[in-house]
Design a protein around this ligand. Sequence first.
Ligand SMILES: [Zn+2]
Length: 611
Amino acid sequence: MIRTGISTLALALSFAAAPAIAQKKPAATPSAALTTAAADAFVAEAEKALGDFSIPASQAAWVNATYINQDTDALQARFNSEQTELQVKYAVEAAKYAAIPGLSPDTARKLNLLRNSLTLPAPTRPGAAVELATLTTRMSSAYGAGKGTLDGKPINGSDIEAAMGTERDPAKLQEMWVSWHDNVGAPMRGDYNRMVSIANEGAVTLGYKDVGTLWRSGYDMDPAAFARTTDTLWKQVEPLYQALHTYVRWKLNEKYGDAVQSKTGPIRADLLGNMWAQEWGNIYDLVAPKGAGDLGFDTGELLKQKGYDPVKMVKAGEGFYSSLGFDPLPETFWTRSQITKPADREVICHASAWDLDNKDDLRIKMCTKVNGDDFVTIHHELGHNYYQRAYNKQPFLYLNGANDGFHEAIGDFVALSITPDYLVQIGLLDQAKVPSADKDIGLLLKQAMDKVAFLPFGLLIDKWRWGVFSGSIKPNGYEAAWNALRLQYQGVAPPVERDETKFDPGAKYHVPAGVPYTRYFLARVLQFQFYDAACKQAGWTGPLHRCSFYGNKEVGAKLDAMLKLGQSKPWPDALEAFTGSREMSGQAMVDYFAPLKAWLDLQNKGKPAGW
Ligand SMILES: [Zn+2]
């Protein structure tokens, strides 16, 4: 996760406050005439104001996240709402300037970024903003306070999420799944419907057809063409997903029997180790191939044996980027970051990467433990920091990833390089302990249970919302459309019948919180594309999943060429700078998992496929 000057998190959390303030400036008429010179001046003013404000806003957010109390909550809320006030004001004005003919490419680009910066815009008519704020706050709070039940007793969101990963009793899984979806989703159905119509009105004010079009307009291409691009990517990876689905369904049938999971048709959504069936890694033990499931070493144990503490783990992460030729992290990174959980106060432990001054005040915020997962997370978070530093010479409005899939993909692609050979190179693993090739299937299957299983889910959340915002999915068909998409793309079905009194989309955080989701789908695909490019540049000729480009300065230089562009150019330019290609592609992911696909096809022989 990343926290930037224009923070997606802040946007997600603060749109509730925004509309109320927007109302104070109802017409938001540009003060100057609509000329290209006035547009240039407006952009300069907006960029300066937003850039200046982002620094104290980041400071307030940092201190709030690392020292939670009533005072820092109040500071954070105040900076949030003031920041959103600015964003709303400039978005509405930018929409008017954007139509002027003859704008310079930079001014046109920045006007679009300004216009596109709010995910759920309120219309300017009296009352609408307050109503939207009320609805969104109510839904977010309801989600946060939501509870399901386990053994008839209430259980909160994070606990029920964890329990879905470890519980193996199908009756209990069903109880948790149904209670969560009934208690959290269903009550917000009316609010969601109302929110859709108000936010759509706001999108029209900004010059978009509807909110879905606004969301799809952030990709330097026609919104309809972008939707087709996501379909193309999906078609590339779909056979891989289908093979995994076939294999996992068979294993679940073996475990639970026909009465719980039949040999054909969709997989019961509550059996996959996750409330939303979005990542299946939690049930890896149920599907692990005999003998190949155990890698023969545990990164966490290796770290402990070699005397690593959390700071030393972060130093190792820094070492990876240094090996590519990136400068060491600034001294302030080490004194200002939260690397471990403070003993004496409340903090947000969820890992994130920050740039406090839009220059080089880089930090991470983690509650690092000495284990393999956190070792990977460190490499991921530092990817955000090196991206932030690489583009820090860009103007404020360009301080972001090339598109919203890029930022998450950078850290993930570097983390893919944490192979056994890399662990040998940094002295963690003995050469003799490097797992033989027969362990590769287990390694790949474990990865696929999370990364491949996620793809259809990453795609369908916004497929549903695009349909809802455009009106092709009607309010009286919300639930049916959701379940139809879940069936079509994921091949999963709810454990019990659902009807239109339910609202299962509301039981997933990003829906009530109004956070677009396609970025996560893109990031999953892009990370393999980046990895493939790096490995080719490094001259790697073996199986893709065994490649590490540690120590390769040529890869580092190419990567830097992409990173330093930030959001200043259309994303195909950035992609080309690193990979040589102007198109996002799922082929690298297919290549990475090719040995697994071959193995799955063998296992699946003669078994029913599809649903
Ligand atoms: Zn991240």
